[in-house]
Design a protein around this ligand. Sequence first.
Ligand SMILES: Cc1ncc(COP(=O)(O)O)c(C=O)c1O
Length: 373
Amino acid sequence: MTLPDPAARAGAILTIDLDAIVANYRLLCKRAAGRVAGVVKADAYGLGMAAVAPALAQAGCRSFFVAHLNEAIALRALLADAEIAVLNGLMPGTAGDYRAYRLLPVLNDLGQIETWQREGAAHGATPAILHVDTGMVRLGLTEGEVQRLAARPERLAGVPLAYIMSHLACADEPDHPLNAAQLGRFRSALAQLPVRAPASLANSAGVFLGPAYQFDLVRPGIAVYGGNPLPGQPNPMRATVRLQARILQVRSVDSPLTVGYGATYEIVPPAKLATIAVGYADGFPRASSNRGSAAVGGTRVPMVGRVSMDLIVLDVTAAPAGQVHAGALVDLIGPEWTLDEAAAAAGTIAYEILTGLGRRYHRRYTGSGAGAP
Ligand SMILES: Cc1ncc(COP(=O)(O)O)c(C=O)c1O
């Protein structure tokens, strides 16, 4: 006999709630003064762009941001009419692809502006986004480059700008002085530039810094996917993922033993251990070794010993006995042990947990986004 449902055979199940994703998008629309884009780079933060982007589009999202040109081309196949922008910029030799797939390059330096201008002169001008660096120091025009554009407005002639954007470095720390400094520099760049265009500054946490930071378009990613945009405060977003791992083996320990590679954890008997079918090969952080937790029937249980490639050991002594048996599922991310808690226990952030979600999980989507509030 074979099991009828692949989920029943799976070592771990990742459930992605499209209704929750759309509800989060709608909450952000209520908070933002202007329009709300969908940031769907890195396969929609690991949750699957092919499912997430159409659900957001159905909810009214018209503008999407990805990092790579190839991500944008994949998105164009899903959404024929959406505005799709590529954050990583206009790389040499790629202008034809931007035209062919009707994509917006984010122009990150004067050379990219010149290329798009030449391209427009040769084939007809199409819009781009101008990225001004205001303090992230990663991509975007420097203050000096903005001044050079201000002095030579013809450098932007024939370059229609859909937006002028910048990106906040410390939005998740509302009191950080860089927030106000970046806002000031962004306003100053908008005033200096020889053209006017809708402006975009805020990521998820930026939306919650208030109306001054929101401008015409906000670009939330993590909040749409349920990560807390307000660290240290209650999370206003709905959880979008549940990660359940299957118990493979349960053992009672009645004499002192060490667990796992490197013998890094000493069990004090009597104890009950459960070995589950997730490891670092599934993108689950090895840094959770001896630090992470899971939830079994509402009880939080610690990870003991090192996370190995395919396996993690839990000390389930305190868990309800009826729920600890081979084949049962425990939550690695769920209602009682959240994404942000799992990330913090591994010394990382929700972004890294989501974008690292492994390929071996049995994935299932619930909802369609259509019925979300
Ligand atoms: C330029 C830019 N805008 C917006 C976002 C979305 O940020 P968040 O996920 O913090 O909302 C990112 C993500 O890294 C980004 O790089």
